[in-house]
Design a protein around this ligand. Structure first.
Ligand SMILES: C[S@@+](CC[C@H](N)C(=O)[O-])C[C@H]1O[C@@H](n2cnc3c(N)ncnc32)[C@H](O)[C@@H]1O
Length: 270
């Protein structure tokens, strides 16, 4: 815990110090090209590491990160700027088709601007200051212009981007926090909201936390403890619940993560 601050929404500061990665292994489980050219909403984006990766490395047309905690959204904008400062100059070279069957996220085909992440060391920004982000012209679908953040309790609040809809909505390590704060009703509302903002054929990527992890979380506050008593839905019921909401059958994409972060990543088609 950080001083008196209790992260009852899972709004941990420094989350990615506990869960470090260069490329998030959860994104590596997704079907290839699902993010390429897609409009992606990352609900509960925390400090924006995953959202930035989706926009910078996986070729999303737009990646929108939303989080209930404004201080995390500030940190997410900072993360975007830092990654921009480390990014190498774009090239317009025609890249060769990769030989292996499995393409890595940064590999592209055809004549595209190749993004070179992590080209400059972090020390450059510290020594020389941040490189200004040029005004967006024809690069609105390129990093960093294609990554934006907004503070909102997304269960209760619509954001402007929702109106256009999304090809992919991601909820990594989020459902437990919505469930404990807003009960079964809030969780159902969340699932319904996800379904309503997805374009036809869009997909929901969910990394649910197991029921046994709820007990530690509910000890954080009297409100969570009280709410937990009335929960009838369990994470193992999510496939059936999501079917009721209108999604197709669950597709387990795999399991990844170390220790307490060892969780399954699931896909639901709308
Ligand atoms: C445990 S973190 C997971 C961060 C990130 N999704 C990941 O897995 O790398 C959960 C995040 O969800 C956010 N969150 C919780 N309830 C939310 C809500 N109703 N609307 C938006 N964000 C929420 C928290 O602030 C926190 O940053």
């Amino acid at each position: 815990m950080q001083g008196d601050f209790v992260p009852i929404h899972g709004n941990y500061k420094g989350y990615y110090l506990k869960r470090p990665f260069t490329q998030d292994p959860r994104l590596g489980l997704l079907p290839s090209d699902i993010l390429k050219g897609a409009r992606v909403l990352d609900v509960g984006c925390n400090e924006g590491f995953v959202t930035c990766e989706i926009g910078q490395i996986w070729g999303a047309e737009k990646a929108i990160g939303v989080d209930i905690d404004g201080s995390l959204i500030q940190a997410a904008w900072k993360r975007r700027r830092t990654l921009w400062c480390q990014q190498g100059p774009a090239s317009e070279d025609v890249l060769e088709e990769p030989t292996s069957k499995e393409r890595k996220p940064s590999e592209t085909t055809g004549k595209e601007r190749a993004c070179v992440p992590h080209h400059f060391p972090a020390s450059c920004e510290h020594m020389f200051g941040a490189i200004p982000i040029p005004t967006c012209s024809d690069t609105s679908n390129l990093f960093p212009h294609n990554v934006v953040f907004q503070t909102a309790d997304w269960v209760r609040t619509e954001i402007t981007e929702d109106k256009v809809g999304y090809d992919v909505v991601i909820a990594f390590s989020l459902s437990k926090w919505i469930h404990l704060n807003d009960g079964d009703e809030g969780l159902m509302k969340f699932f319904q909201r996800v379904h309503s903002v997805l374009k036809p054929g869009g997909v929901f990527i969910l990394e649910p936390q197991e029921w046994d992890t709820y007990s530690k979380a509910k000890r954080m506050s009297a409100k969570l403890r009280e709410n937990a008593k009335s929960l009838k839905i369990k994470p193992q019921d999510f496939p059936a619940i999501l079917k009721e909401v209108g999604f197709g059958p669950v597709r387990h994409l795999g399991t990844t993560g170390e220790g307490g972060f060892h969780r399954s990543v699931d896909l639901y088609e709308s």
